[in-house]
Design a protein around this ligand. Structure first.
Ligand SMILES: Nc1ncnc2c1ncn2[C@@H]1O[C@H](COP(=O)(O)OP(=O)(O)OP(=O)(O)O)[C@@H](O)[C@H]1O
Ligand SMILES: [Mg+2]
Length: 258
């Protein structure tokens, strides 16, 4: 089966384990998930439930042990490493949980990096200035990461992920280092990118106030999808938090709610 033309991401029975010495950790087990173009999904789950692993697989940074992953019509496992890098650079904007900024480069240079790596002269002036303004970084454009706060580094990481106009935005706890006002502002920006430009977004978060900006919530537990519910099943952060608590508090792994 392959992804239909309306789907941008399709995972079929994807599993991934990591070995550390004698210990094997099953990070994801049999995960199947389809994202339509224009979807906006929040991924929630306890620490260690496999959220970052899921994002890294969608980005082609990690290869699955089993299963199939298709992004923008390309089966990732069939791609050579250079082609995979090109697909990632041109179609996917990834915000890493640990930011992954280059320490020797300024904020502005970090944001320009994907364009330079793609062989371009840099971002058009208007695009760079727009990103710096949207993410409140104009006054920090010449600062290196060690001279930026955690929240500022996170916003540089978001600007870098958006710089190539990606169809797919994968954001790993993008508000984790932000105060609540900056966090809500970033959520609004992501929602606008989703609504106005039909960008497909997968956003990992622990915060119901962040997750409720998405159109759909997927809950992971022990590497498996425990449940998924759409935004018509919660009304605000409080009702989402309640639903999430009921779910993770009461269900066994693999158990599916009616
Ligand atoms: N490179 C790796 N090597 C070994 N184990 C790994 C590796 N990456 C992830 N794991 C393990 O896989 C499991 C899932 O990790 P993952 O980072 O996906 O969790 P997470 O849901 O993102 O957690 P958090 O909320 O803490 O970020 C964890 O038990 C983790 O220790
Ligand atoms: Mg994580």
């Amino acid at each position: 089966m392959s992804a239909s033309s309306s789907s941008l991401v399709c995972l079929e029975q994807v599993s991934k384990s990591f070995r550390q010495g004698q210990v094997v950790v099953q990070a994801l087990r049999d995960v199947s998930l389809t994202l339509a173009r224009g979807d906006f999904v929040a991924v929630m789950g306890a620490s260690g439930s496999g959220k970052s692993t899921l994002l890294h697989l969608m980005a082609g940074l990690t290869r699955p042990d089993a299963g199939r992953i298709e992004v923008a019509g390309e089966c990732l496992s069939a791609l050579s490493e250079p082609r995979l890098t090109q697909v990632r650079r041109r179609h996917i904007g990834l915000v890493f949980q640990a930011f992954n900024l280059v320490p020797s480069l300024t904020a502005e240079e970090n944001i320009q990096l994907p364009a330079l790596a793609d062989g371009r002269a840099g971002l058009p002036e208007g695009v760079l200035d727009g990103l710096l303004t949207d993410l409140d970084l104009a006054a920090r454009r010449g600062h290196r990461p060690d001279a930026l706060s955690g929240g500022e580094q996170q916003r540089v990481a978001v600007a870098r992920a958006l710089s190539m106009d990606p169809a797919l935005i994968l954001a790993d706890e993008p508000t984790g280092s932000l105060d609540s006002v900056s966090g809500q502002k970033l959520c609004r920006l992501l929602r606008q990118l989703n609504e106005r430009q039909k960008r497909t977004i997968v956003m990992v978060t622990h915060e119901p106030a962040v997750a409720c900006w998405a159109r759909r919530v997927v809950v992971l537990r022990d590497g498996a999808i425990l449940d998924s519910f759409a935004d018509d099943q919660y009304h605000d952060a409080l009702s989402l938090a309640q639903r999430y608590q009921d779910l993770v508090g009461s269900s066994a792994p693999g158990e599916v709610r009616p």
